[in-house]
Design a protein around this ligand. Structure first.
Ligand code: ZN
Length: 107
C-alpha cells in the first residue's frame, strides 16, 4: 500500500503546517513515512549530528585548555579566538606581551 507521508511540514508558505506530499515508503508504529521523515532515519541523522557537534566541542575544549597552558608557560594573558563552534586554533595576546616575549627571545 502506498499512502502519503504522515509528517507535518512547517515552512514560510504554511505556518500552520501541511502534510508532507511525498509518498510514504515505510511504516513505523502504524503510521507511514517518506524516506526523509522515517522516524528511525531522522533519529539516526540527529545522532550523527550530535556526535559531530560533540567531537567539535571536545576539540574546541582541548584547544582552549592547551591555549591556557601555553599562555601560562609564556607568562602572558591571552584568549583563544574562534569563529562560532569551529576552532581556528589562534591564541591572541596583548601587543605588550608579544613585544616583551620578542625582547626576551632576543629578536
Ligand atoms: Zn515526508
Amino acid at each position: 500500500m502506498t499512502s502519503q507521508c504522515h509528517e507535518t511540514i512547517h515552512d514560510r508558505f504554511s505556518w500552520r503546517g501541511r502534510q508532507c506530499a511525498r509518498p510514504a515508503t515505510v511504516e513505523r508504529n502504524g503510521r507511514w513515512w517518506c524516506t526523509s521523515h522515517d522516524p528511525e532515519a531522522v533519529a539516526t541523522k540527529q545522532q550523527k549530528q550530535r556526535e559531530k557537534y560533540d567531537a567539535l566541542r571536545q576539540r574546541r575544549d582541548r584547544i582552549v585548555q592547551e591555549a591556557i597552558t601555553l599562555c601560562t608557560r609564556l607568562g602572558v594573558q591571552g584568549h583563544v579566538n574562534y569563529d562560532g563552534v569551529i576552532p581556528t586554533e589562534t591564541v591572541v595576546i596583548a601587543f605588550e606581551d608579544a613585544e616583551r616575549l620578542a625582547r626576551e627571545l632576543g629578536r
